[in-house]
Design a protein around this ligand. Structure first.
Ligand code: WQD
Length: 338
């Protein structure tokens, strides 16, 4: 299939592009490079052997998006472009709704005008809000959403569901990512946020590689075995492969569905830090801090629907998530390779 990836130069987009191209799909990247670098394009070419067609643009530029879809004969879209920090969304809600909701409406207009009706949407486990029980199955939404980021994703899921109810020719799958982490085994692709890191893995990596004095542990009084918050971390290559399976699924079906992409395993903040210490071979300095506003205590996926519908399951373990994240970071620091 000829697939457009909005946000295709980002952390998840670049890894998804690699797996799609290696599975024989044709890929066009569309990105405004607000949270990614054009350097990723040469990294993809190094890994795959060919460079993906790339258009620099914002998803809110409906005219450019429409031209890109039509000029490249696109048959399906994976919509990854959007803002994704829980903490940041609380400070800049307008920006989150403009990028994530208005941006999606712009894409849907461009797709409709181009007679394209196959869409994979990058949704998030944050739509579950404060879980009442775990593991989380797809029908367990309805928890009080704790931040504009999660609300923006829930709004878009509702818009997409309504579109399919109005026109059954659409084929839309919303993939609810849990916590994507790690890096490509080649060491050429990984998580490299522009500006300040807010997610746990990049923060631990910065402390482990000497680019930060320590890592904050936000909250030690959660109702969990070691008192720190639990998340379902999933290797970004597993997540990318989940998209390949989803694309192959929407080639076969019409309608609407939502599917978790997680491992079904929960790890605490301290579990992650200890695993990084094993990977880097030295202690990592921590600073115990109060809980971060909007965080939930424990969140991990029920993965049975992904297994049954997408015929996909995650395979990478926490050790590999940490070791690949570290290898990528060391490779991108001049002179730091071991
Ligand atoms: C994880 C835990 C923090 C930083 C994610 C992202 C996104 C979404 C899923 C797709 C929390 C703690 C963090 C630090 C810490 N997926 N932490 N010290 O909050 O689960 O959000 O939700 O869209 O990946 O939005 O991820 O990595 O920010 O935090 O103790 O320096 O690590 O309090 O408990 P989060 P995170």
């Amino acid at each position: 299939m000829r697939v457009l990836l909005t946000g295709g130069a980002g952390f998840i987009g670049s890894h998804t592009a690699v797996e799609l191209m290696q599975a024989g799909h044709q890929v066009v990247l569309y990105d405004n490079f607000s949270n990614s670098s054009p350097d990723v394009l040469s990294a993809i070419q190094t890994v795959v052997g060919i460079a993906p067609t790339t258009v620099e643009g914002d998803v809110r530029d409906t005219q450019l998006l429409t031209r890109t879809l039509q000029d490249n004969g696109i048959e399906g879209v994976i919509h990854l472009a959007g803002l994704k920090s829980v903490a940041e969304s609380r400070l800049a809600p307008w920006s989150y709704y403009d990028n994530n909701v208005t941006g999606t409406l712009s894409l849907l207009k461009a797709m409709s005008d181009s007679h394209i009706a196959k869409l994979i949407f990058s949704s998030s486990a944050t739509v579950y809000g404060q879980p009442t029980r775990v593991p989380l199955a797809e029908n367990q939404t309805g928890g009080s959403l704790t931040n504009p980021y999660g609300r923006s994703k829930m709004f878009v899921e509702s818009i997409l569901r309504d579109i399919v109810i109005a026109d059954a020719s659409w084929s839309i799958i919303c993939l609810r990512y849990f916590n994507p982490v790690g890096a490509h085994p080649s060491g050429r692709l990984g998580e490299n946020p522009n500006g300040e890191a807010t997610h746990l893995f990049p923060c631990v990596v910065r402390a482990a590689t000497g680019r930060a004095p320590s890592v904050d542990v936000f909250g030690t009084d959660y109702d969990t075995p070691d008192g720190t918050a639990i998340r379902d971390y999933i290797h970004v290559v597993d997540l990318a492969l989940g998209h390949v399976h989803a694309i192959e699924c929407i080639e076969r079906f019409c309608g609407f569905d939502v599917i978790n992409l997680g491992t079904g395993m929960g790890y605490s903040v301290l579990d992650v830090i200890k695993t990084f210490e094993k990977a880097c071979g030295h202690p990592i300095s921590v600073r115990f801090s109060p809980r971060r506003k909007g965080d939930v205590s424990a969140c991990w996926a029920d993965t049975s629907k992904a297994r049954d519908v997408l015929h996909w399951s995650a395979t990478h373990d926490l050790e590999t998530m940490c070791s690949t994240a570290l290898a990528f970071a060391l490779g991108s620091i001049p002179g730091k390779r071991e």
